[in-house]
Design a protein around this ligand. Sequence first.
Ligand SMILES: N=CN[C@@H](CCC(=O)O)C(=O)O
Ligand SMILES: [Zn+2]
Length: 413
Amino acid sequence: MKLLLTHIKELLQVRDNAPAKLSGAEMNHLPTLKNAWLLVKDGKIFDYGSMTKMPETKGFKTIDCKGKIVLPAWCDSHSHLVYAGNREQEFVDRIKGLSYQEIAEKGGGIVNSAKKLQQTSEDSLYKQSAKRLEEVMRLGTGAIEIKSGYGLTTEAELKMLHVAKRLAEHYPITIKTTFLGAHAIPTEFKNNKDGYLDLICNEMLPKVAEQQLASYVDVFCEEGYFSVSDTERILSEAKKYNLIPKIHVNQFNAIGGVAIGVKYKALSVDHLEVLTDDDIAALKGSETMPVALPSCSYFLSIPYTPGRKIIDSGLPLALATDYNPGSTPSGNMNFVVSTACIKMRLTPEEAINAATINGAYAMGLSETHGSITKGKVANLIVTKPIPSYGYLPYSFGSNHIEMVILNGKEIKQ
Ligand SMILES: N=CN[C@@H](CCC(=O)O)C(=O)O
Ligand SMILES: [Zn+2]
């Protein structure tokens, strides 16, 4: 399909030579082109320019974008979109006063989702997950990372990753997969955490690698889950299989996981709701992307990642959803961008950069996603007529998307 988008009120994130990531003050700059056109060919961004100099085109379907803004589709670098059932009951328990940790101690939480997923067939898991994937595509997400971690047995972890792979084959959205066997200690290993670590290292990791089911490895490095030394053991074992770390750290406690992530050259360290000056120092000069998940803070009523402080320290920042049944039952990147502005004091420019270019970086997709650059994948959001791009985060909770184009194909709204 060949497309010509004309009369675009403002084309956002236009970069002839896109950087891999943006840090510190660079994040406040969002290059745009007003009154623009954009050509899409063979699923890629072919060319773009100002309406004052329109190219001669034949055989392109024209889409009039008068009054509308066009931007690269969102890059959601942290999700647990493949899961079974839901955890509505725990939601009510939290409303009644129990904390996320208290629910987990009662046998709820991640192990509860794992129990459900183990009893769910691969086909049913696929159908449940496909429904969520279709929804996030309609909401403008063009690339997404999906983790395992609700299986907690070799069979169920592989089942999750197979489902993610099937989704990747079937849908035009780009999907990157992460092995998160170390998400929680399964009930059977309650008093034998080392036994579970042995299972991860000796059985799960080799199978995931052999079947090429993941690019990344993740660990929930947190009190009551996996310690810094557990994390180190898994990351060093995963390195043998070229699995790059993207880890859950500092959600509730700062226990030194950020420095370990940096030491093992993690592509990203995610959550960071509790962040110390030592953590910031560890990130400085590294290639590791800090990732904030504001919808999780919103849903659990926990602190927001100090995004303002991270950027003001000269570091980069990416934004992602954390879509999962326990802490963030939402995959809406538009809400994430709004919440980052409203609660973390990011400017609209910083939030859009964090959810596009920097999100792409946190999935190893800098070369192909995250900006309007010739040759990149044609993943685009076309808004309804709106006054300005700042209106997107400002007018939170409303859907301003008129059309989503992924791989050059229009996604049904
Ligand atoms: N914190 C660890 N993992 C998920 C939540 C898991 C769950 O509660 O099911 C997260 O990123 O928030
Ligand atoms: Zn997560």
